[in-house]
Design a protein around this ligand. Structure first.
Ligand code: MEV
Length: 425
Protein backbone atom coordinates (compact mmCIF):
# COMPACT_ATOMS: atom_id res chain seq x y z
CA UNK A 1 0.00 0.00 0.00
CA UNK A 2 1.25 3.50 -0.81
CA UNK A 3 1.93 6.02 1.98
CA UNK A 4 -1.23 7.67 3.25
CA UNK A 5 -1.48 11.26 2.10
CA UNK A 6 -3.92 13.95 3.10
CA UNK A 7 -3.65 15.57 -0.33
CA UNK A 8 -7.10 15.18 -1.92
CA UNK A 9 -6.98 16.96 -5.27
CA UNK A 10 -10.41 17.28 -6.90
CA UNK A 11 -12.18 15.92 -3.79
CA UNK A 12 -14.52 18.91 -3.65
CA UNK A 13 -15.85 18.15 -7.13
CA UNK A 14 -16.92 14.57 -6.27
CA UNK A 15 -20.46 13.57 -5.28
CA UNK A 16 -20.92 13.05 -1.53
CA UNK A 17 -21.15 9.22 -1.77
CA UNK A 18 -17.80 9.11 -3.57
CA UNK A 19 -16.23 11.37 -0.95
CA UNK A 20 -17.52 9.12 1.83
CA UNK A 21 -16.09 6.07 0.05
CA UNK A 22 -12.66 7.71 -0.20
CA UNK A 23 -12.66 8.73 3.47
CA UNK A 24 -13.94 5.30 4.56
CA UNK A 25 -11.03 3.70 2.75
CA UNK A 26 -8.55 6.26 4.09
CA UNK A 27 -9.65 5.76 7.70
CA UNK A 28 -10.51 2.04 7.46
CA UNK A 29 -14.15 2.64 8.43
CA UNK A 30 -16.33 -0.47 8.62
CA UNK A 31 -19.83 -0.63 7.14
CA UNK A 32 -21.57 0.63 10.27
CA UNK A 33 -19.14 3.53 10.65
CA UNK A 34 -19.53 4.45 6.98
CA UNK A 35 -23.31 4.39 7.42
CA UNK A 36 -22.97 6.90 10.27
CA UNK A 37 -21.59 9.37 7.72
CA UNK A 38 -24.25 8.78 5.09
CA UNK A 39 -27.17 8.82 7.54
CA UNK A 40 -27.47 11.19 10.43
CA UNK A 41 -25.35 9.71 13.18
CA UNK A 42 -27.06 10.56 16.44
CA UNK A 43 -30.53 9.11 16.95
CA UNK A 44 -33.14 10.84 19.10
CA UNK A 45 -32.99 7.86 21.47
CA UNK A 46 -29.24 8.32 21.91
CA UNK A 47 -29.72 12.07 22.30
CA UNK A 48 -32.28 11.38 25.02
CA UNK A 49 -29.52 9.81 27.13
CA UNK A 50 -27.31 12.89 26.73
CA UNK A 51 -29.45 15.87 27.72
CA UNK A 52 -32.87 16.60 29.21
CA UNK A 53 -36.21 17.32 27.50
CA UNK A 54 -34.97 16.01 24.14
CA UNK A 55 -37.07 16.72 21.07
CA UNK A 56 -34.62 15.54 18.43
CA UNK A 57 -31.17 16.39 17.12
CA UNK A 58 -29.67 19.44 15.42
CA UNK A 59 -27.50 18.81 12.38
CA UNK A 60 -24.47 20.73 11.15
CA UNK A 61 -22.52 20.13 7.94
CA UNK A 62 -19.55 17.79 8.51
CA UNK A 63 -16.62 17.89 6.10
CA UNK A 64 -12.92 17.06 6.02
CA UNK A 65 -10.08 19.49 5.55
CA UNK A 66 -7.19 18.22 3.46
CA UNK A 67 -3.43 18.73 3.18
CA UNK A 68 -2.47 18.65 6.86
CA UNK A 69 1.05 17.46 7.54
CA UNK A 70 1.83 17.64 11.25
CA UNK A 71 5.14 16.37 12.63
CA UNK A 72 5.57 14.46 9.35
CA UNK A 73 2.23 12.64 9.72
CA UNK A 74 -0.69 13.19 7.33
CA UNK A 75 -4.08 14.04 8.82
CA UNK A 76 -7.52 14.55 7.36
CA UNK A 77 -9.38 16.90 9.67
CA UNK A 78 -13.11 16.36 10.34
CA UNK A 79 -14.85 19.69 10.87
CA UNK A 80 -18.46 20.46 11.79
CA UNK A 81 -19.35 24.05 10.94
CA UNK A 82 -22.11 26.05 9.28
CA UNK A 83 -19.93 28.82 7.81
CA UNK A 84 -19.01 28.62 4.11
CA UNK A 85 -15.31 28.90 3.14
CA UNK A 86 -13.91 27.57 6.44
CA UNK A 87 -12.89 24.15 5.07
CA UNK A 88 -11.71 25.43 1.69
CA UNK A 89 -9.68 28.17 3.39
CA UNK A 90 -8.03 25.94 5.98
CA UNK A 91 -7.19 23.28 3.37
CA UNK A 92 -5.60 25.98 1.20
CA UNK A 93 -3.53 27.27 4.12
CA UNK A 94 -2.50 23.72 5.11
CA UNK A 95 -1.27 23.22 1.54
CA UNK A 96 0.92 26.34 1.78
CA UNK A 97 2.24 25.20 5.16
CA UNK A 98 2.90 21.74 3.75
CA UNK A 99 5.12 23.35 1.14
CA UNK A 100 7.31 24.55 4.02
CA UNK A 101 7.51 21.10 5.62
CA UNK A 102 4.20 21.16 7.50
CA UNK A 103 3.48 21.96 11.13
CA UNK A 104 5.69 21.26 14.12
CA UNK A 105 3.66 20.90 17.26
CA UNK A 106 4.17 20.30 20.95
CA UNK A 107 2.10 20.31 24.10
CA UNK A 108 2.37 20.26 27.86
CA UNK A 109 1.18 17.30 29.90
CA UNK A 110 -2.67 17.29 30.07
CA UNK A 111 -2.83 19.05 33.44
CA UNK A 112 -6.13 20.69 34.41
CA UNK A 113 -6.52 23.29 37.16
CA UNK A 114 -9.26 23.00 39.77
CA UNK A 115 -10.10 25.71 42.29
CA UNK A 116 -11.29 25.58 45.89
CA UNK A 117 -12.58 28.87 47.26
CA UNK A 118 -11.80 29.30 50.97
CA UNK A 119 -13.34 32.16 52.99
CA UNK A 120 -13.20 33.44 56.58
CA UNK A 121 -9.53 32.45 56.83
CA UNK A 122 -8.21 33.94 60.11
CA UNK A 123 -4.55 34.02 59.04
CA UNK A 124 -3.76 33.91 55.32
CA UNK A 125 -0.01 33.41 55.72
CA UNK A 126 -0.50 30.54 58.17
CA UNK A 127 -3.16 28.97 55.93
CA UNK A 128 -0.89 29.12 52.86
CA UNK A 129 1.98 27.67 54.92
CA UNK A 130 -0.26 24.82 56.12
CA UNK A 131 -1.24 24.00 52.53
CA UNK A 132 2.42 23.92 51.52
CA UNK A 133 3.35 21.80 54.54
CA UNK A 134 0.60 19.23 53.77
CA UNK A 135 1.03 19.18 49.99
CA UNK A 136 1.90 15.47 49.83
CA UNK A 137 -1.08 14.50 51.99
CA UNK A 138 -3.43 16.71 49.91
CA UNK A 139 -2.15 15.30 46.62
CA UNK A 140 -2.71 11.78 47.96
CA UNK A 141 -6.32 12.67 48.84
CA UNK A 142 -6.84 14.01 45.29
CA UNK A 143 -5.21 10.89 43.80
CA UNK A 144 -7.57 8.68 45.79
CA UNK A 145 -10.54 10.14 43.92
CA UNK A 146 -9.71 8.49 40.58
CA UNK A 147 -7.83 5.18 40.70
CA UNK A 148 -8.27 4.71 36.93
CA UNK A 149 -6.58 7.99 36.00
CA UNK A 150 -3.90 7.22 38.58
CA UNK A 151 -3.28 3.80 37.02
CA UNK A 152 -2.98 5.42 33.60
CA UNK A 153 -0.21 7.68 34.90
CA UNK A 154 -2.32 10.75 35.71
CA UNK A 155 -3.22 12.29 39.05
CA UNK A 156 -2.30 15.25 41.25
CA UNK A 157 0.74 17.28 40.20
CA UNK A 158 0.65 20.29 42.52
CA UNK A 159 -1.35 22.22 45.10
CA UNK A 160 -0.98 26.00 45.00
CA UNK A 161 -2.55 28.45 47.50
CA UNK A 162 -3.40 31.88 46.00
CA UNK A 163 -4.67 34.63 48.35
CA UNK A 164 -6.86 37.17 46.50
CA UNK A 165 -8.80 40.32 47.40
CA UNK A 166 -12.46 40.53 46.39
CA UNK A 167 -15.47 42.81 46.85
CA UNK A 168 -16.58 40.68 49.83
CA UNK A 169 -13.20 40.40 51.47
CA UNK A 170 -10.00 38.31 51.20
CA UNK A 171 -10.15 34.70 50.02
CA UNK A 172 -7.66 31.91 49.76
CA UNK A 173 -8.02 30.16 46.40
CA UNK A 174 -6.40 26.74 46.42
CA UNK A 175 -5.45 25.36 43.02
CA UNK A 176 -5.18 21.66 42.35
CA UNK A 177 -3.14 20.74 39.26
CA UNK A 178 -4.35 17.35 38.11
CA UNK A 179 -3.16 15.35 35.10
CA UNK A 180 -6.30 13.94 33.50
CA UNK A 181 -4.48 11.95 30.76
CA UNK A 182 -6.80 11.32 27.77
CA UNK A 183 -9.91 12.71 29.46
CA UNK A 184 -10.97 16.35 29.16
CA UNK A 185 -11.12 15.85 32.87
CA UNK A 186 -13.95 18.06 34.13
CA UNK A 187 -15.53 15.22 36.10
CA UNK A 188 -12.22 13.87 37.37
CA UNK A 189 -11.03 17.20 38.69
CA UNK A 190 -14.38 18.25 40.16
CA UNK A 191 -14.57 14.94 42.03
CA UNK A 192 -11.02 15.40 43.34
CA UNK A 193 -11.84 18.95 44.49
CA UNK A 194 -14.93 17.85 46.39
CA UNK A 195 -12.86 15.17 48.11
CA UNK A 196 -10.13 17.65 49.02
CA UNK A 197 -12.29 20.52 50.27
CA UNK A 198 -12.99 19.28 53.87
CA UNK A 199 -9.27 18.78 54.60
CA UNK A 200 -8.47 22.19 53.07
CA UNK A 201 -11.09 23.78 55.35
CA UNK A 202 -9.47 22.09 58.37
CA UNK A 203 -5.93 23.11 57.44
CA UNK A 204 -6.86 26.73 56.76
CA UNK A 205 -9.41 27.11 59.57
CA UNK A 206 -11.61 28.52 56.82
CA UNK A 207 -14.91 27.77 55.13
CA UNK A 208 -14.98 26.37 51.59
CA UNK A 209 -17.47 27.47 48.97
CA UNK A 210 -16.92 26.75 45.24
CA UNK A 211 -15.06 23.65 44.11
CA UNK A 212 -14.78 23.67 40.33
CA UNK A 213 -12.29 23.39 37.47
CA UNK A 214 -10.89 26.51 35.80
CA UNK A 215 -11.36 26.86 32.05
CA UNK A 216 -8.25 29.00 31.94
CA UNK A 217 -6.34 25.76 31.42
CA UNK A 218 -2.91 27.38 31.19
CA UNK A 219 -1.17 24.23 32.43
CA UNK A 220 -2.58 22.36 29.42
CA UNK A 221 -1.22 24.20 26.40
CA UNK A 222 -0.79 23.19 22.78
CA UNK A 223 1.60 24.90 20.37
CA UNK A 224 1.86 24.75 16.59
CA UNK A 225 4.53 26.35 14.42
CA UNK A 226 5.20 26.56 10.70
CA UNK A 227 7.37 28.32 8.15
CA UNK A 228 6.11 29.07 4.64
CA UNK A 229 8.50 29.87 1.82
CA UNK A 230 7.69 33.47 0.78
CA UNK A 231 7.28 32.60 -2.90
CA UNK A 232 4.36 30.29 -2.03
CA UNK A 233 2.41 33.31 -0.78
CA UNK A 234 2.46 35.20 -4.09
CA UNK A 235 -0.93 36.28 -5.46
CA UNK A 236 -1.77 37.91 -8.83
CA UNK A 237 -1.42 41.32 -7.16
CA UNK A 238 1.46 40.78 -4.72
CA UNK A 239 4.84 39.10 -4.77
CA UNK A 240 5.40 36.46 -2.08
CA UNK A 241 7.67 38.86 -0.20
CA UNK A 242 5.02 41.59 -0.22
CA UNK A 243 2.29 39.16 0.84
CA UNK A 244 4.46 37.88 3.73
CA UNK A 245 5.04 41.44 4.90
CA UNK A 246 1.34 42.28 4.67
CA UNK A 247 0.49 39.17 6.74
CA UNK A 248 3.03 40.26 9.36
CA UNK A 249 1.38 43.72 9.39
CA UNK A 250 -2.06 42.13 9.82
CA UNK A 251 -0.81 40.15 12.81
CA UNK A 252 0.87 43.22 14.35
CA UNK A 253 -2.48 45.03 14.10
CA UNK A 254 -4.19 42.21 16.02
CA UNK A 255 -1.45 42.10 18.67
CA UNK A 256 -1.79 45.85 19.28
CA UNK A 257 -5.56 46.36 19.04
CA UNK A 258 -8.17 44.37 21.01
CA UNK A 259 -10.91 45.28 18.49
CA UNK A 260 -8.94 43.57 15.76
CA UNK A 261 -7.67 40.80 18.08
CA UNK A 262 -11.25 39.68 18.82
CA UNK A 263 -11.93 39.14 15.10
CA UNK A 264 -8.48 37.66 14.46
CA UNK A 265 -9.02 35.14 17.28
CA UNK A 266 -12.58 34.47 16.11
CA UNK A 267 -11.04 33.38 12.80
CA UNK A 268 -8.71 31.01 14.67
CA UNK A 269 -11.68 29.55 16.55
CA UNK A 270 -13.60 29.04 13.27
CA UNK A 271 -11.21 26.17 12.67
CA UNK A 272 -10.63 24.93 16.21
CA UNK A 273 -14.31 24.91 17.22
CA UNK A 274 -15.23 22.97 14.10
CA UNK A 275 -12.85 20.16 15.10
CA UNK A 276 -13.85 20.38 18.76
CA UNK A 277 -17.51 19.96 17.77
CA UNK A 278 -16.84 17.18 15.24
CA UNK A 279 -14.95 15.21 17.90
CA UNK A 280 -17.69 15.67 20.52
CA UNK A 281 -15.61 17.90 22.78
CA UNK A 282 -16.78 20.89 24.83
CA UNK A 283 -16.36 23.92 22.58
CA UNK A 284 -17.50 26.38 25.26
CA UNK A 285 -14.59 25.24 27.42
CA UNK A 286 -12.17 25.72 24.53
CA UNK A 287 -13.60 29.16 23.68
CA UNK A 288 -13.46 30.28 27.33
CA UNK A 289 -9.87 29.06 27.68
CA UNK A 290 -8.68 30.64 24.44
CA UNK A 291 -10.09 34.09 25.12
CA UNK A 292 -9.05 34.13 28.78
CA UNK A 293 -5.53 33.11 27.72
CA UNK A 294 -5.52 35.91 25.12
CA UNK A 295 -5.72 38.42 27.97
CA UNK A 296 -3.17 36.72 30.25
CA UNK A 297 -0.75 39.65 30.12
CA UNK A 298 -3.44 42.13 31.16
CA UNK A 299 -4.58 43.22 27.70
CA UNK A 300 -6.57 41.19 25.15
CA UNK A 301 -4.33 40.32 22.21
CA UNK A 302 -3.84 37.96 19.25
CA UNK A 303 -3.20 34.29 19.95
CA UNK A 304 -0.81 34.00 17.00
CA UNK A 305 2.53 35.40 16.00
CA UNK A 306 3.35 35.77 12.28
CA UNK A 307 6.55 37.41 11.17
CA UNK A 308 8.99 37.42 8.29
CA UNK A 309 12.07 35.47 9.38
CA UNK A 310 15.73 36.08 8.61
CA UNK A 311 15.38 34.19 5.28
CA UNK A 312 12.45 36.35 4.17
CA UNK A 313 10.00 33.47 4.75
CA UNK A 314 6.85 33.66 6.86
CA UNK A 315 7.02 32.11 10.34
CA UNK A 316 3.83 31.46 12.29
CA UNK A 317 3.14 30.22 15.81
CA UNK A 318 0.17 29.72 18.11
CA UNK A 319 -0.09 28.61 21.74
CA UNK A 320 -3.37 28.22 23.57
CA UNK A 321 -5.06 26.13 26.26
CA UNK A 322 -6.57 22.99 24.82
CA UNK A 323 -8.63 20.98 27.28
CA UNK A 324 -9.86 18.24 24.96
CA UNK A 325 -10.28 14.54 25.55
CA UNK A 326 -10.68 11.29 23.67
CA UNK A 327 -12.56 9.40 26.37
CA UNK A 328 -15.70 10.35 28.25
CA UNK A 329 -18.31 12.92 27.35
CA UNK A 330 -19.80 12.90 23.88
CA UNK A 331 -16.57 11.72 22.21
CA UNK A 332 -17.47 8.09 22.81
CA UNK A 333 -21.27 8.41 22.89
CA UNK A 334 -21.95 10.41 19.73
CA UNK A 335 -21.59 8.04 16.75
CA UNK A 336 -20.41 10.79 14.39
CA UNK A 337 -17.83 12.00 16.90
CA UNK A 338 -16.51 8.42 17.16
CA UNK A 339 -16.17 8.22 13.38
CA UNK A 340 -14.59 11.69 13.28
CA UNK A 341 -11.99 10.52 15.83
CA UNK A 342 -11.26 7.50 13.66
CA UNK A 343 -10.79 9.70 10.58
CA UNK A 344 -8.47 11.94 12.58
CA UNK A 345 -6.48 8.94 13.78
CA UNK A 346 -5.00 10.54 16.89
CA UNK A 347 -3.68 8.32 19.68
CA UNK A 348 -3.86 10.63 22.69
CA UNK A 349 -5.51 13.80 24.01
CA UNK A 350 -2.25 15.79 23.68
CA UNK A 351 -1.98 14.73 20.03
CA UNK A 352 -5.60 15.82 19.50
CA UNK A 353 -4.81 19.15 21.20
CA UNK A 354 -1.79 19.69 18.94
CA UNK A 355 -3.81 18.94 15.79
CA UNK A 356 -6.36 21.52 16.91
CA UNK A 357 -3.65 24.13 17.48
CA UNK A 358 -2.36 23.44 13.94
CA UNK A 359 -5.88 23.86 12.55
CA UNK A 360 -6.23 27.20 14.37
CA UNK A 361 -2.92 28.42 12.99
CA UNK A 362 -3.85 27.41 9.44
CA UNK A 363 -7.34 28.92 9.69
CA UNK A 364 -5.81 32.18 10.87
CA UNK A 365 -3.28 32.20 8.04
CA UNK A 366 -6.04 31.68 5.49
CA UNK A 367 -8.03 34.59 6.90
CA UNK A 368 -5.22 37.11 7.24
CA UNK A 369 -3.67 36.15 3.91
CA UNK A 370 -6.98 36.75 2.16
CA UNK A 371 -7.65 39.94 4.15
CA UNK A 372 -4.23 41.37 3.41
CA UNK A 373 -4.28 40.50 -0.30
CA UNK A 374 -7.54 39.95 -2.23
CA UNK A 375 -9.95 40.58 0.68
CA UNK A 376 -12.30 37.83 1.83
CA UNK A 377 -15.42 38.94 0.03
CA UNK A 378 -14.36 37.54 -3.34
CA UNK A 379 -14.23 33.97 -2.04
CA UNK A 380 -17.36 34.44 0.05
CA UNK A 381 -19.20 35.89 -2.92
CA UNK A 382 -18.29 32.89 -5.06
CA UNK A 383 -19.75 30.51 -2.47
CA UNK A 384 -22.74 32.74 -1.89
CA UNK A 385 -23.38 32.80 -5.65
CA UNK A 386 -23.35 28.98 -5.70
CA UNK A 387 -25.94 28.92 -2.92
CA UNK A 388 -28.10 31.45 -4.80
CA UNK A 389 -27.81 29.41 -8.01
CA UNK A 390 -28.89 26.31 -6.08
CA UNK A 391 -31.80 28.18 -4.50
CA UNK A 392 -32.89 29.27 -7.98
CA UNK A 393 -33.13 25.59 -8.94
CA UNK A 394 -29.92 25.14 -10.95
CA UNK A 395 -29.01 21.50 -11.57
CA UNK A 396 -25.65 20.23 -10.30
CA UNK A 397 -24.07 20.71 -13.71
CA UNK A 398 -25.39 24.28 -14.03
CA UNK A 399 -24.59 25.60 -10.54
CA UNK A 400 -21.00 26.69 -11.21
CA UNK A 401 -21.79 28.30 -14.57
CA UNK A 402 -24.71 30.32 -13.17
CA UNK A 403 -22.67 31.26 -10.08
CA UNK A 404 -19.77 32.48 -12.26
CA UNK A 405 -22.15 34.61 -14.28
CA UNK A 406 -23.70 36.15 -11.15
CA UNK A 407 -20.24 37.01 -9.81
CA UNK A 408 -19.15 38.47 -13.17
CA UNK A 409 -22.27 40.64 -13.25
CA UNK A 410 -21.79 41.57 -9.55
CA UNK A 411 -25.48 40.78 -9.17
CA UNK A 412 -25.88 37.81 -6.82
CA UNK A 413 -29.60 37.66 -6.81
CA UNK A 414 -31.98 34.72 -6.98
CA UNK A 415 -34.24 36.37 -9.59
CA UNK A 416 -31.26 37.02 -11.86
CA UNK A 417 -30.18 33.39 -11.35
CA UNK A 418 -33.68 32.25 -12.40
CA UNK A 419 -33.50 34.47 -15.50
CA UNK A 420 -30.13 32.97 -16.42
CA UNK A 421 -31.58 29.49 -16.02
CA UNK A 422 -34.51 30.37 -18.31
CA UNK A 423 -32.08 31.69 -20.93
CA UNK A 424 -30.18 28.41 -20.55
CA UNK A 425 -33.25 26.33 -21.26
C1 MEV B 1 -14.86 35.28 9.66
O1 MEV B 1 -15.65 34.24 10.20
C2 MEV B 1 -13.48 35.26 10.27
C3 MEV B 1 -12.58 36.44 9.87
O2 MEV B 1 -13.23 37.68 10.15
C4 MEV B 1 -11.31 36.32 10.67
C5 MEV B 1 -10.37 37.50 10.56
O3 MEV B 1 -10.84 38.63 10.31
O4 MEV B 1 -9.17 37.27 10.77
C6 MEV B 1 -12.29 36.44 8.39
Amino acid sequence: MTEKTSRLPGFYKLPIEKRIAIIAEWAGLDEAETAVLSHNGLTATQADTMIENVLGTFELPLGVAANFLINDKDYLIPMAVEEPSVLAAVSHAAKLIRAGGGFQTSSTEPVMIGQIQVLDVPDMAAASAAIHAHKAELMAIADGSDPIILKLGGGARDIVPRPIETAVGPMLIVHLHFDTRDAMGANAINTALERLAPRIAELTNGRTNLRILSNLADQRLATARCTIPAEKLATPDFSGTEAARRIEEANAFAIADPYRAATHNKGIMNGIDAVVIATGNDWRAIEAGAHAYAVKDGRYTALTDWHVNENGDLYGEITLPMAVGMVGGATKVHPTARVAMKILGVQSAPELAEVMAAVGLAQNLAAIKALSTVGIQKGHMRLHARQVAMAAGASNSAIQRIANQLVAEKNINVNRAKELLTIDN
